[in-house]
Structures are given as structure tokens and as C-alpha cells.
Design a protein around this ligand. Structure first.
Ligand code: NAD
Length: 444
């Protein structure tokens, strides 16, 4: 199924249509181009082998499926979903599935490539992939979401699998979505093979084969990285103030964990608006408000602020945990923080990065800072395949060890080569990928 066509750098890869329609001509390629530029900067620094550059410049395989879903009122709607499998030199393809109105093939391509570098950087045996369906999940009922998920997974068929491509939650999907995926995938296997289905996705509910600690893992990892930075900068976490953009799975768990350590959450922005309290916001009470009302807006006791005011808040750390392209030249110029800890994938544009550098604002880059999720996904996959069950302390310890080691590698390259941490993180990842291609060679 996987094809590795490596002819031209910067060309748009072919789309494999496993469903009825594949129509991407004219789709903007801006986000994937940005990933390529990031690759190129690190590749130049490393003098990376040209064949490895060519391979990584294009995804190995792109799947587009269009499928019908029966809505609650009896109508049928068609939806288009993507799975982009960027690279599997280090292990099975791995990456989340996103449900969001802005999903595009370009975005999924970029997110898949970031997964390749993330897994290589933290040195876990996975490649990179991503999936997505373009629609607004808040507009569908739970039965509609379930039918859509099941049809999408059925349409992907054996393009995913425990040894081949292992999805996980991302924006707009959660543990419940993963449980539907396991059940649907199992139903496509012969009865005697169905026990294998559990490891087809990670991020499942613990009661349905998930791992303890997976739900909080990305937010926990963001906090582990902030703690390493704080130690290096003699900052006490109990004195730390911070702001969070996006109060979903990643934003909430980062805030919940930091608040438990005594840090003060000054402001939060999500799709419904932004709120501030100089006294500090209670992350758990805010999460309850979000559950009841759908967003942070209107949180009792907090002051409503504008998007600009949110970015202007004075704090030690800003955690973007929403979507791409939020820290732009303009918003980076507004920030009054010492550190941007990237919980989201691709939150900072190249122009935003330049402004952060000029202003001396430090960055913990996404492929390092949000890697906690895929690391604990790896633990879940290992437990599923070995019939094992690790406790919370074991998960936390192993997660911290892997993140601390990746952090040290990034800091060391950044210091010895005199490059920013994002370039250093890519350099560590690309060296790992180059090593495996050197050792294995390229068929035939
Ligand atoms: P989620 O769907 O649980 O939450 C997304 C949050 O972002 C919501 O609070 C939403 O209101 C907010 N949001 C969306 N658009 C916004 C906008 N324009 N301005 C402000 N807020 C906005 O998603 P998530 O799983 O928490 O993922 C958030 C980010 O973290 C994404 O970039 C995702 O790719 C990345 N990430 C997630 C994981 C994971 O394990 N879930 C792992 C690594 C990286």
C-alpha cells in the first residue's frame, strides 16, 4: 500500500483515493511548505544526506475517502476524510485524527510530517501520520458522530492496523471516538483475529484497553518540559504565572497539573472568548464551566477580555494549546512572557518565531513540548500488545525520563551549534532518521 515516491522536492504528492472522490487541486500548501522549510533549515545545518531530504520532503502515502453518513433526520450527507502517512522508517505510522471545519489535505500533511519528527526526536519506534475529517463536530449529535467515525474507519479499511498505522485523538476527537474505532476495526477482521484490534488506536478509555495517564499525557508533558526549563532558569513553579490558549484536552490538563504545583493561571482563551483573573483561575472549576456551557466565556468571577488583551497579559509562560498559526508577527509582538511552551502543533508562524527571537522570548518547540501524548500512546500500544498493565507512577516516571533526555539533546545541539531550539529539535530528529536510512539502506 505504501508508496515512497521521492522525485521532486516541494512538489505536491499524489493523492490515493480509496473512496469515491479525490479533489485537492488548488488546495493551499502553506502549512506543509512551512514544515519543509523547517526540515531544510535543520538539514542544511547537518549537511543531511540528499536522499533522506528527498524522502522526507513528501509523504509516503496519502489517502482520501468520501463516504455517506445517515443523519438523525434520515438525510444522508457525504464527508471527506484524509489519512496521510508521512514516513515509517522508525516504526508503524502514528498520529491523531482531527475533526474540525478547517481540516484540509495541506494541514493533515503538515501534521503527519510533524509526527515523523516528533517520534524521531523522542526516540520511540513510530513513524508519522495524521488523519482528519472536515466538519464541525459541535454541529453533530452523538449518534451522528458515532456513525461518521465508523464509516470513516470502515472506508480506511486496512490502511490502518496495529502493526501498520495507529491513530489517536486530536482536536475534536477523544477517548470515546477511539473506542468506536476499535470496535469498527475489530468488526472488519475475521473472528479469530479480533483480539488484535485493541492496539489499532491509542487514547482509548482505560476501561476499554486504554492506558492510565494517556488522557493527561500531552498536558503533563508540557508541564514536565516547563519544569525542566524552570529548573534551568531558577524559576520556582509555585511562583510561576501563565496563560493558556485552548482549553480542551491539552490546555486543561496542562493547567490542572500546573495549578496543582502552585502556579497561577492568569488568563485563558478558547473559541468562545477570553477570560482573565489576576487572582488566578481555578482550572477544574473552569473545566466544569466549559462542560456546562461549551466554552470559557462567561466564567463567573473572571473578567472578559479581547483577543488582543489576552495576548498582552503579563505572565511567565504562554501555552498555546489550540490551533496552528496563532503566534504571528503581530501577536508575538504583543506577548509579555518569558517562555512560549507549545502545546499545540504548529502554533507559531515563521514570522512569529522571528519576532519572538528578536524580543528574547524563549520557545519550547511543539515537537518536543507536546510529545508527551505520543510517548504515552506508545506505552499504551506496548501494554496492549504485551497484555501488560502499568500503574500511574510507572507511566509518569517513564514519560519524564524520555522527555528529560529529549530536552537535554535539544538544549545541547542548540548550545553547541548556536541555533534556536526549534532548529535544534529538527536536527536531533533528522539525525535519527538519517541514521536508520544509513543502516538499512534504501530498497532495492
Ligand atoms: P481539543 O479539541 O480537545 O481542544 C481544542 C481547544 O482549542 C478548544 O478549547 C477550542 O475551543 C480551542 N480553540 C480552537 N480554535 C481556537 C481559536 N481559533 N482560538 C482559541 N481557541 C481555539 O484539542 P486538543 O486535543 O487539546 O489539541 C489542541 C492542540 O494540541 C492541537 O494543536 C493538537 O494537534 C495538539 N496536540 C494534541 C495532542 C493530544 O494528545 N490531544 C497531542 C499533541 C498535540
Amino acid at each position: 500500500m505504501t508508496t515512497t515516491d521521492t522525485t521532486t522536492l516541494n512538489a505536491t504528492p499524489p493523492i490515493k483515493s480509496a473512496g469515491s472522490v479525490a479533489h485537492h487541486e488548488g488546495t493551499p500548501v502553506a502549512l506543509f511548505q512551512r514544515v519543509q522549510q523547517q526540515f531544510e533549515r535543520a538539514a542544511e545545518m547537518l549537511d543531511l544526506a540528499p536522499e533522506v531530504r528527498k524522502i522526507l520532503a513528501r509523504p509516503a502515502c496519502e489517502i482520501s475517502v468520501t463516504f455517506p453518513v445517515r443523519m438523525d433526520d434520515g438525510r444522508f450527507e457525504t464527508f471527506t476524510g484524509y489519512r496521510v502517512q508521512h514516513n515509517n522508517a522508525l516504526g508503524p505510522f502514528k498520529g491523531g485524527i482531527r475533526y474540525h471545519p478547517d481540516v484540509s489535505i495541506d494541514e493533515v500533511r503538515a501534521l503527519a510530517a510533524w509526527m515523523t519528527t516528533k517520534c524521531a526526536l523522542v526516540d520511540i519506534p513510530f513513524g508519522g501520520a495524521k488523519g482528519g475529517v472536515q466538519f464541525d463536530p459541535s454541529e453533530l449529535s452523538r449518534p451522528e458522530l458515532e456513525r461518521l467515525t465508523r464509516r470513516f474507519i470502515y472506508a480506511l479499511g486496512n490502511n490502518i492496523g496495529p502493526d501498520y498505522d495507529v491513530p489517536a485523538p486530536d482536536v475534536g476527537t477523544d477517548a470515546r471516538t477511539m473506542a468506536w474505532i476499535v470496535d469498527t476495526y475489530a468488526a472488519t477482521l475475521p473472528p479469530q483475529d479480533r483480539h488484535r484490534a485493541l492496539a489499532v488506536v491509542t487514547g482509548k478509555p482505560v476501561s476499554a484497553g486504554g492506558s492510565v495517564g494517556r488522557e493527561k499525557a500531552t498536558g503533563q508533558g508540557v508541564v514536565d518540559l516547563i519544569a525542566l526549563w524552570a529548573k534551568d532558569n531558577n524559576v520556582s513553579l509555585s511562583d510561576l504565572s501563565y496563560t493558556v490558549q485552548g482549553f480542551g484536552k491539552v490546555g486543561f490538563w496542562a493547567a490542572h497539573t500546573l495549578n496543582k504545583l502552585g502556579a497561577t493561571l492568569i488568563a485563558v482563551e478558547d473559541i468562545t472568548g477570553a477570560v482573565r483573573s489576576t487572582e488566578g483561575l481555578n482550572a477544574d472549576a473552569l473545566a466544569e464551566h466549559v462542560r456546562q456551557t461549551g466554552g470559557v466565556s462567561g466564567f463567573p468571577g473572571a473578567e472578559a477580555i479581547s483577543h488582543t488583551e489576552f495576548f498582552e497579559v503579563t505572565a511567565d509562560v504562554f501555552i498555546p494549546a489550540a490551533m496552528e498559526n496563532q503566534v504571528t508577527a503581530e501577536t508575538a509582538g504583543l506577548l509579555n512572557v518569558r517562555l512560549v511552551a507549545e502545546g499545540a502543533n504548529g502554533p507559531t508562524t515563521p514570522e512569529g518565531d522571528a519576532v519572538l527571537r528578536e524580543r528574547g522570548i524563549e520557545v519550547l518547540p511543539d515537537i518536543l513540548c507536546n510529545a508527551g501524548g505520543v510517548i504515552v500512546s506508545y506505552f499504551e500500544w506496548v501494554q496492549n500488545r504485551g497484555g501488560a498493565s502499568w500503574d500511574a507512577a510507572e507511566i509518569d516516571r517513564r514519560l519524564q525520563e524520555i522527555l528529560a533526555s529529549a530536552y537535554q539533546r535539544v538544549m545541547s545541539v542548540s548550545e553547541t551549534k548556536g541555533v534556536d531550539r526549534r532548529t535544534a529539535a529538527y536536527a536531533v530528529a533528522l539525525s535519527r532518521l538519517e541514521q536508520v536510512y544509513e543502516e538499512r539502506g534504501i530498497f532495492p
